[in-house]
Design a protein around this ligand. Sequence first.
Ligand code: GAR
Length: 203
Amino acid sequence: MSNADFRPVIRLAILASGSGTNAQRLVEHFAGHAAVEVALIGTDNAKAGVIQRAWALGVPLFLFDKTLLRNGELQEELAAQRIDVILLAGFMQLIPAELVRTFPKRIINIHPALLPKYGGKGMYGDRVHAAVIAAGEKESGITIHFVNEHYDEGEHIAQFHCPVLPTDTVTSLAERVHGLEHAHYPAVVEKLVATGHGPRATG
Ligand code: GAR
């Protein structure tokens, strides 16, 4: 038996408010992974598509409302589930400062544009793509970044670019950007947890 057999499994929680295609890709990527496990999918939206996906994927689901996010009950659930790293995948609520402090550099977000442009409160999903097209941008992309207490302002981890075509609609641009997200988010997270953003210090 090698030392690797005793390495703790890194437990991820995904928070999502919408369809959950990124959540699904993350779960599929880490299925069968020896050192990383998606232990929980949390959602603040009782009608979110991600709920069906969590059931189909067999990942425990935690449904909570804004109150539980702000009064510390979500934190209690994350602690009870021994979560090491939180991944936001289309999560629409601001993460409270207290949660940021509890998970320093251990909350990661994906944003569907090249921050710092097209970020901030109210800039999510198709609204982002509509703004990019309206501004006549020639390129867009994705930003994977650490989360701080402000919308979309945490330190960048990685960006990936794609063209914006003159014929693009919100739908076609969203599809291209989703493709980038699905291709890169799981791999970037895997690399990050392998280089020290894994188990939280205990004791
Ligand atoms: C993704 O494009 C993600 O980048 C975006 O929501 C979409 C969720 O799609 N997040 C934001 O806009 C956050 N500001 P999904 O539910 O299919 O994963």
